[in-house]
Write a protein that binds this ligand. Structure first.
Ligand code: GTP
Ligand code: MG
Length: 346
C-alpha cells in the first residue's frame, strides 16, 4: 500500500543517482530535473486504474524525476477512488462533468499545488501504456517541444479502436490539417505531455471530448511547438467507453469549423475564391470562344463571368493576405514567448 498523497520520488531523491538515471535515459541536455504531474481523469475505471498507476510509478521512478499523480474522479460508483488512493495518487473530486472539465480542473489543481514544469495527460482505462510516458516527456525536457502528442495509429493493437472510431479520428485529424493547418496525425489522442507555460497561456473551455482538439488548436494558434511520438494503443482493460462516436464526432467537427473561422480564415477565403473562379473562368472561356469563333456575342453571360472572376480573384487575394497575417501572428507569438522567457530568467 502506498502513502496517500505523498510526493513520490522526491522522498527518495538523490541528486547524483538522478543525474545518472536521466542521462542513461538519453536526455544529455538536461540541466535540472523538472517536476512532473500526471493528471488522470477517471470515471468508473476500477479494472484499469491500478495497472495504470502501478506502471506510471515504475516509469517515472525509472526516469528519475520528482513527480505526483492526480486522479480527477468524475463521481465513480465503483472502487476507482479507493484503488487510486491505495496506489498513492492524490484524488480530486470533479465539480463539473465531462472529460474536458476533468482536465481543466485537474490542470488548475496541479499547477496551483505543485507548480510542475511538465504535465502528462493519461487515461485510466489501460489503453495507453504509462511505460511510454518518458518518450513524450523527454522532448519537452530537451526544449524541443511545448506539447508532445502520442500517435496511436503508429501502434494500434487489434481491438483497441473500432473501425468507426478509426475512420472518424482520421477524418477529424485530416480536417484539422486542411482547415486549420495543424499537422498532427492523431489530434484525438489523450496521451500527451505539455509544458506548464503552455497550459498557463492558452484559454481552455471545452467540457467534453472536443477538449482534446481545443488544446491542440489553441497551442498551435499561440505559436507553440507540437511534436508527435509513436505510441501503442491497447483495448480497454474493462469498464465502459465514455466516448460516443457519433455525438462526440459531430461536436468535434463543429469545434474544428469554429476554430477554422476564428484562427485561420485562409481556408474559407481560398474555398470561396475557388468556388467563384472555377465557374467564372469556365463561363468566360465559353463566351470568348463564341465571340472569336462563331461570332455570337453573349453580353449577360459575359458580364456574369466577369463578376464571378473578379470576385474569385479578390477572394484569392484575401486568402493570401490572411496567410501572411497568420504567419505574422505566429512570429509575434514566438517573439513574445522568447521575451517573456528571458524576463522570467532575470
Ligand atoms: N473525471 C472524469 N473522467 C472521465 C469523464 N469521461 C471520461 N473520463 C475518463 O477519461 C478517460 C478517457 O475516456 P474514454 O471513455 O476512455 O474515452 P476514449 O479513450 O476516447 O474511448 P475508448 O477508446 O473507448 O477508451 C478515461 O480514463 C475515462 O474514465 C468524466 O466525465 N469525468
Ligand atoms: Mg479510453
Amino acid at each position: 500500500m502506498k502513502d496517500q498523497e505523498s510526493p513520490r520520488a522526491i522522498d527518495s531523491f538523490q541528486p547524483d543517482r538522478r543525474r545518472e538515471t536521466v542521462e542513461e535515459a538519453g536526455t544529455m541536455h538536461l540541466q535540472s530535473s523538472p517536476q512532473i504531474v500526471v493528471v488522470i481523469p477517471a470515471l468508473n475505471e476500477e479494472e484499469g486504474i491500478g495497472w495504470v498507476l502501478d506502471r506510471t510509478h515504475e516509469a517515472l521512478s525509472r526516469l528519475g524525476v520528482p513527480y505526483h499523480i492526480v486522479v480527477v474522479d468524475g463521481g465513480s460508483r465503483d472502487r476507482t477512488v479507493e484503488i487510486a488512493r491505495s496506489w498513492g495518487a492524490e484524488v480530486v473530486m470533479q465539480n463539473g462533468r465531462g472529460y474536458g472539465d476533468a482536465y481543466i480542473q485537474g490542470f488548475r489543481h496541479a499547477i496551483e499545488r505543485y507548480k510542475p514544469e511538465i504535465i502528462v495527460m493519461l487515461d485510466a482505462d489501460g489503453t495507453y501504456d504509462p511505460a511510454e510516458a518518458p518518450k513524450l516527456i523527454k522532448p519537452i525536457m530537451r526544449g524541443e517541444a511545448d506539447m508532445v502528442v502520442g500517435n496511436r495509429f503508429a501502434g494500434l493493437q487489434p481491438g483497441a479502436m473500432t473501425t468507426l472510431n478509426k475512420v472518424g479520428n482520421r477524418i477529424l485529424s485530416w480536417l484539422a490539417r486542411v482547415m486549420i493547418g495543424v499537422n498532427i496525425k492523431d489530434t484525438q489522442s489523450g496521451y500527451r505531455a505539455i509544458s506548464r507555460e503552455l497550459l498557463q497561456t492558452i484559454p481552455l473551455a471545452q467540457k467534453g471530448m472536443p477538449f482534446a482538439t481545443e488544446l491542440i488548436v489553441e497551442a498551435y494558434a499561440h505559436g507553440y511547438t507540437i511534436k508527435e511520438e509513436p505510441i501503442t494503443y491497447k483495448p480497454r482493460l474493462g469498464g465502459q467507453p465514455k466516448l460516443s462516436p457519433l455525438r462526440d464526432g459531430y461536436r468535434i467537427l463543429n469545434i474544428i469549423i469554429k476554430f477554422a473561422l476564428q484562427h485561420n480564415p485562409v481556408f474559407f477565403a481560398f474555398m470561396m475564391g475557388a468556388l467563384l473562379l472555377i465557374p467564372g473562368l469556365t463561363l468566360g472561356i465559353w463566351v470568348a470562344y463564341h465571340y472569336f469563333f462563331t461570332g455570337i456575342k453573349y453580353y449577360v453571360k459575359g458580364l456574369i463571368a466577369l463578376i464571378l472572376t473578379i470576385a474569385g480573384f479578390n477572394s484569392l487575394l484575401l486568402a493570401i493576405l490572411a496567410l501572411y497575417l497568420k504567419r505574422m501572428e505566429t512570429r509575434l507569438f514566438r517573439i513574445f514567448k522568447i521575451t517573456f522567457a528571458r524576463q522570467e530568467k532575470r
